[in-house]
Design a binder for this molecule. Structure first.
Ligand SMILES: Cc1cc2nc3c(=O)[nH]c(=O)nc-3n(C[C@H](O)[C@H](O)[C@H](O)COP(=O)(O)O)c2cc1C
Length: 326
């Protein structure tokens, strides 16, 4: 059985993580990931209030008795959500692990640690991983340029980012961005990571609470069909390419300001894509890994397939190279 120190320290069977996904990280998906022996994260801000997050955690507990966590994405906005209240809801609900992301988690780490909640901090650069380690987090998850959502501004793909981070980080490290199958898992381990995090791949599963048309689009789309929006604003986000993402890129490339695209990128329109399956309604996150997605399995089947495939690659393909049997 394939196991790493990440499994031991975070109490899961397999070194596979389902990162927080706005609008998607709900009890249906997260409990399925937990039941498959991997680590899933509910997305705190998908719930409109801390009280609703508490209820969602309870709902997830009814669906699994395995460990799961909550993602707390901290974004520097003009009108921030009540982060401290979400944090306290996470702590008082007794979940064992939190995935912090977005911004420096310094303000929240002491409270989580004091409560015995493990912190897996997700970031996009070696320097931020080192900083998080200094803050005392229990693990880091590093998103390469391939990832859905926010890849940062450095544009370093995982093939360099992960080994570069492994040279500087001593705590368990999860490689993220572009992972979708057993080949990716083996590659991540070879690069020095202790496991993988996947977003886009988990979006195309039976249990992901999004419209079937979104999942079918991920199967159909190639790795060339994403867009990087907000580049000129230095707040890059990788999204599925559609007419709206093209328009946003065009307006900002021509010198437009955020105000000029605000309506196009409204979160409410992105939510409608997931709810109605109208793929041209707004922008929605997807990563390069969509080029590796060819079906819509159940989560349990996906996790089993990745782990079994990784074991085969290590035993058969790589093992044979050593003994010269290939
Ligand atoms: C639909 C969607 C929504 C996401 N929302 C969030 C979010 O709210 N917070 C966060 O930290 N990461 C978010 N992510 C990023 C994922 O947690 C993960 O880091 C990323 O998808 C990994 O790259 P991959 O898609 O290539 O697997 C989102 C990803 C997707 C696909």
């Amino acid at each position: 059985m394939m196991t790493t120190r990440f499994c031991t320290e975070f109490g899961v069977d397999y070194p596979i993580v389902q990162g927080g996904m706005q609008g998607v990280g709900r009890a249906e998906l997260v409990s399925a990931v937990a039941n498959a022996g991997a680590l899933g994260f509910l997305t705190a801000l998908t719930q409109p209030t801390p009280e609703e997050l508490t209820r969602e955690i309870a709902r997830c507990r009814e669906l699994t008795d395995r460990p799961f966590g909550v993602n707390l994405t901290i974004l520097p906005t003009i009108d921030p959500p009540p982060y401290a209240e979400y944090r306290d809801a996470i702590i008082s609900s007794g979940v064992s692990v939190v995935e912090t992301a977005g911004f420096n988690p310094a303000e929240h780490v002491p409270a989580f640690r004091a409560a015995g909640v493990k912190v897996l901090h997700k970031c996009t650069s070696v320097r931020h991983a080192v900083k998080a380690q200094e803050l005392g987090v229990d693990g880091v998850s590093i998103d390469g340029f391939e990832c859905a959502g926010h890849p940062g501004e450095d544009d370093i793909p995982g093939l360099v980012l992960i080994p570069a981070a492994a040279e500087r980080v001593g705590i368990p490290m999860i490689a993220s961005g572009g992972f979708a199958d057993s080949r990716g898992l083996v590659a991540a381990l070879a690069l020095g990571a202790d496991g993988i995090n996947m977003g886009t791949r988990f979006l195309a599963t039976v249990e992901a609470p999004v419209h079937q048309a979104v999942k079918e689009r991920l199967v159909e789309a190639s790795e060339r069909e994403t867009d990087l929006i907000f580049r000129p604003l230095r707040n890059t986000a990788r999204v599925a390419r559609n007419s709206v993402s093209r328009k946003v890129v065009e307006v900002l490339d021509e010198g437009g300001a955020f105000e000029d695209v605000r309506e196009l990128v409204a979160g409410s329109r992105g939510r409608e894509v997931f709810e109605t399956g109208d793929l041209e309604r707004g922008v929605w996150s997807a990563g390069l890994a969509q080029g590796l997605i060819h079906d819509i399995p159940r989560v349990g089947e996906l996790v089993r397939r990745i782990v079994a495939g990784a074991e085969d690659i290590v035993h058969d393909r790589l093992g044979a190279l050593l003994t010269g049997e290939s």
